[in-house]
Ligand binder design. Structure first.
Ligand SMILES: [Zn+2]
Ligand SMILES: [Zn+2]
Length: 165
């Protein structure tokens, strides 16, 4: 899907390496950020990412509300090269054209969790629901977007947050 000759091999190697590192107590050099894991609720689709995200945001748009089934969604966007997936072949994709252009949503057909989406002009990035990450991820939202569609009882606070309608 990403033009690699053996994506399965690549992603399994990363997960195996992470497990080995945990066993050996390996600590990454200071210049590297830790690998963080996300998964769907049943665990058959997993994501490992390294490095810092492009952005962490909260979105109040209709599509995000419907995707999450909630009043808003918090999401983390990473460049493709920082993301490795496991079980991606199990994921179902739904494509549609929304306010942000063409979007492809991926979700787990077993437990129903959204696992990531890819939207133009961000096709080289994965946007992952923040709630799929294991506790301790440390992500803090710096954007709140489509606030004109924000539920009136929702308030996104913090000096570091940029607000957009
Ligand atoms: Zn699942
Ligand atoms: Zn949205």
């Amino acid at each position: 899907m990403k033009g690699r000759t053996s994506p399965t091999f690549v992603m399994l190697n990363l997960f195996q390496q992470v497990q080995l590192d945990e066993i050996k107590g390996y600590r990454a050099p200071m210049t590297e950020t830790p690998t963080r894991h996300a998964s769907c609720r049943c665990g058959q689709i997993r994501i490992a990412r390294t490095g810092e995200p492009i952005r962490v945001s909260v979105c109040h748009c209709r599509e995000c509300k419907a995707w999450s089934g909630s009043a808003l969604v918090a999401q983390v966007r990473f460049p493709e090269e920082q993301v490795r997936t496991e079980g991606e072949a199990q994921a179902k994709m739904w494509q549609y054209t929304g306010d942000s252009g063409n979007t492809a949503d991926f979700f787990c057909p077993t437990c129903g969790s959204g696992v990531w989406y890819r939207a133009q002009p961000y096709h080289d990035a994965y946007t992952i629901p923040l709630g799929n990450f294991e506790p301790g991820h440390g992500f803090v939202s710096d954007y709140s977007v489509y606030e004109e569609r924000r539920e009136p009882w929702v308030s996104i606070t913090g000096e570091a947050i940029d607000h957009y309608d």
